[in-house]
Design a protein around this ligand. Structure first.
Ligand code: PMP
Length: 440
């Protein structure tokens, strides 16, 4: 492989310490299966499925061929009063794997767009039902719902709101569900369901009739895998029903087999009214996201609008992009043909055992995991987040790509990972973490 001199003056990288990156660039040039390669030809195992995106592994020819063929046939169509047939085919396929009752699908291009679309759909629904005063939203401390303005308001990872005061959506936060006694719990913590009662308290304080929806990630992903206590999501469902509030699951990370089922909703046996998804929808290849809603939500909005008008005054130039639809259809085809959701479930015990083998390290202060996702909490250093960033760089140098979030590592390899590669990933974690200065 060739090394080209790169001018880094112009690309402003997202969620990146750009100045540090310019000094120590960490570049990928190639990927296949569960491996990346750097421009120098060094192999780096993919311990975060890209960014929870590449569940089926990298470089799948089925997706490449579908994308190429679609580009040659119909490279673009707007979806405002026009359509390509594969958008309907994709929505139908998704309806087939979504929880019972969620069968209407709105497309966008990113998780953030899906979240903001979901906010608007919830507002439109309540207006259609004659309750336009339901404009308040509830989300959870430590939650991540993307970075558009609605999602930034919902954000419970408060660092993401640092520079953006006065954002538009009115949000009240519940507590997160992590507690000291849960340290080193593998799977769902037994206690903590009562934390869902925060929603009831908020309803009593503000009036349930002012609240449009409650947004939660079934497993909080971006903060470092916080698994819901047994009964917590069910309790949220009950309270939401009691007060006529829509329950929204943000499944941008948990969707497409990460928990063992197609969606975490099915895994935990709780059906939301609205669900967002993205990332693994196209195996990360082409930006695409979706909002799925219950039939009656779409119907209520349709019924409230005159027949000669668009029902929802919302949409994107790239909504249901035909090339993204082709990528998603090929991806869903792989998930089905290779039985990848079941494969993830079968691999999960081995994966979680491997993760929990890190318990012996003094550099680790908590481990959490469910399905094929885990959080490795590092013992805090002098500056919050500094250790996570240091470890992320050291892991890259040692041949493992893992996303750090603050002082937690998000370890969630592709669902196609072989046991040998999984072992190699954990060996790198053991070695690199074991060498980190405790006081670093
Ligand atoms: N919601 C959740 C739960 C997420 O994890 C993410 C991304 N990590 C988003 C929304 C935003 O997705 P995107 O980065 O594609 O906008």
């Amino acid at each position: 492989m060739t090394q080209m001199p790169i001018n880094m003056d112009h690309h402003w990288m997202p969620f990146t310490n750009n100045r540090l990156f310019h000094q120590e660039p960490q570049m990928f040039e190639k990927a296949k299966g569960v491996r990346y390669w750097t421009p120098e030809g060094r192999e780096v195992l993919d311990g975060s499925s890209g960014l929870f995106t590449c569940a089926a592994g990298h470089g799948r020819p089925e997706i490449a061929e579908a994308v190429y063929s679609q580009l040659q046939t119909l490279d673009y169509t707007p979806h405002f009063q026009r359509a390509s047939a594969n958008s309907f085919e994709l929505a139908e396929k998704l309806a087939g794997i979504l929880p019972e009752g969620l069968d209407r699908v709105f497309f966008a291009s990113s998780g953030s767009e899906a979240v903001d679309s979901a906010i608007k759909i919830c507002m439109a629904y309540h207006k259609a039902k004659g309750e336009p005063q339901r404009t308040k939203f509830v989300s959870r401390s430590w939650g991540y719902h993307g970075v558009n303005l609605g999602g930034t308001s919902l954000a419970g990872m408060v660092g993401n709101r640092r520079d953006f005061g006065g954002v538009t959506v009115d949000v009240v936060h519940m507590r997160h569900t992590w507690s000291e006694e849960q340290r080193y719990t593998c799977g769902q913590p037994e206690s903590g369901a009562h934390l869902a009662d925060d929603l009831e308290e908020i309803c009593k304080t503000y009036g349930g009739e002012t609240i449009a929806a409650v947004f939660v990630e079934p497993i909080a992903g971006s903060i470092g895998t916080i698994v819901p206590p047994v009964g917590y999501l069910k309790r949220l469902r009950e309270i939401a029903d009691k007060y006529g509030i829509l329950l929204v699951f943000d499944e941008v990370i948990t969707g497409f087999g990460r928990t063992g089922e197609a969606f975490a909703a099915q895994e935990f046996g709780v059906t939301p009214d609205v669900m967002t998804m993205a990332k693994a929808l196209t195996n990360g290849t082409i930006p695409m996201s979706a909002v799925a809603v219950k039939t009656e939500i779409q119907q209520a909005i349709f019924d409230s609008i005159l027949a000669d008008r668009p029902e929802l005054m919302h949409g994107y130039t790239y909504s249901a992009h035909p090339v993204a639809c082709a990528a998603a259809l090929a991806t869903l085809g792989i998930y089905e043909k290779d039985g990848l959701f079941a494969r993830g479930r079968a691999l999960s015990p081995t994966f979680l055992d491997a993760v929990f083998s890190l318990r012996n390290l003094p550099q680790v202060s908590d481990l959490r995991g469910y399905g094929m996702m885990s959080g490795i909490q590092l013992t805090p250093g002098a500056t919050p987040g500094a250790k996570g960033s240091l470890v992320q760089r050291k892991l890259f140098d040692a041949g493992l790509h893992v996303k750090a979030t603050g002082d937690a590592l998000i370890f969630a390899p592709p669902l196609v990972t072989e046991e040998g590669d999984l072992g190699a990933m954990v060996d790198i974690l053991q070695k690199v973490l074991g060498q980190v200065e405790l006081a670093a």
